[in-house]
Design a protein around this ligand. Structure first.
Ligand SMILES: [Zn+2]
Length: 337
């Protein structure tokens, strides 16, 4: 009988059929273990908008924690980094305590991106001010901090969702979309189109891996237009902004004496932002992201729509407290094949 069964299996190209007969918790789901950092690590720097000097400390955390911020200047008030805790996306991504919007933390996207890039699923982030340090306007320092701290494998699997049907949000000619993908991770394609010819049309595509994140995106800086910065200054914002923490564009030139780090640094930074914003779904994503002229607002709208449309995705593994209580979602559908 076994011989017949094996023979019939050999005709099938579906790995899920194998899984149905030889169930193994990791075999058919392509799940990854969850990670945290190995040792605490800290840094400090200026907040872009407040101009305040901010201290940041990253601490290892057990499975099931997620990305948890704590405002040490506000009695360690916790703020879980999650799409539905986002209260503002106009200048940066801002999250707050669900029951107290005064307890907030701004400009989380570059650190969130470095965490997603390094596959850190669980961490406690202590911060003594209302926004994260902007550092050089990229995620390079955060990426470096995470690698210095080291990565620790947890006795759990990473929470992962798989996109089953396309979900799209639009605003004028901008859009952001998540589609099913055969790639067993997150891949991204992003395009931008600015009237300033120094930026113009740029397009970039990538599969998200720690290696690609470091090599292709981590040191790409945020950018702003000189006239916008002047207006922000008049409003008392961007107090910490300087040529040390952003690319500044005026007319068709770059004001930074050292110029660009890459010709297409602009679109790559937008992708860096998108990775940080998408990680607020609080799970890893198996799917393909496509964005055109998208930013923090569309990225957050996309996650809200995705989570509401439960038929368009499913968990292939859920966040758990320990290895003993791993929740494996039966996965015998054709999509996995
Ligand atoms: Zn950014």
């Amino acid at each position: 009988m076994d011989g017949i069964r094996v023979k019939s299996l050999s005709k099938s190209t579906s790995t899920s059929h194998h899984s149905a007969i030889y169930p193994h918790p990791f075999q058919h789901t392509h799940v990854s273990p969850g990670y945290t950092i190995s040792t605490p690590i800290s840094c400090c720097g200026i907040g872009l908008h407040s101009g305040q000097y901010i201290h940041l400390k990253l601490l290892p955390a057990p499975a099931g924690t997620g990305i948890l911020f704590r405002r040490t200047d506000l009695n360690n008030a916790p703020i879980l980094a999650r799409y539905d805790h986002v209260i503002d996306t106009t200048l940066s991504t801002v999250i707050a305590c669900p029951n107290n919007p005064q307890i907030k933390i701004a400009t989380i996207e570059h650190l969130m991106s470095a965490l997603a890039g390094n596959q850190i699923d669980n961490i406690i982030i202590e911060c003594d001010g209302p926004e994260l340090p902007v550092l050089d306007g990229s995620a390079a320092k955060f990426d470096q901090l995470l690698q210095t701290a080291g990565r620790q494998t947890l006795l759990s699997i990473a929470s992962t969702i798989k996109i089953l049907e396309p979900v799209r949000v639009e605003y004028k000619d901008a859009f952001a979309e998540l589609r099913p993908s055969v790639y067993k991770g997150l891949s991204l394609s992003l395009s931008i189109d600015f009237p300033a010819s120094i930026i113009g049309q740029q397009q970039f595509s990538m599969q998200l891996t720690p290696q690609n994140f470091k090599k292709e995106l981590a040191n790409c800086r945020t950018f702003a237009f000189k006239d916008e910065i002047d207006s922000l200054h008049k409003m008392g914002l961007a107090k910490g902004g300087s040529l040390d923490n952003a690319i500044v564009v005026e007319n068709n030139s770059i004001l930074n004496p050292s110029g660009l780090r890459r010709r297409d640094e602009f679109v790559r930074h937008k992708m860096l932002d998108a990775i940080g914003d998408l990680s607020l779904v609080n799970s890893r994503i198996q799917g393909h992201f496509i964005g055109h002229k998208s930013g923090h607002t569309l990225n957050n709208m996309l996650l809200r729509k995705l989570m509401a449309k439960t038929e368009c995705w499913r968990y292939i593994s859920r966040k758990t407290k320990s290895f003993d209580s791993i929740t494996m979602i039966p996965n015998l559908q054709k999509q996995e094949a």
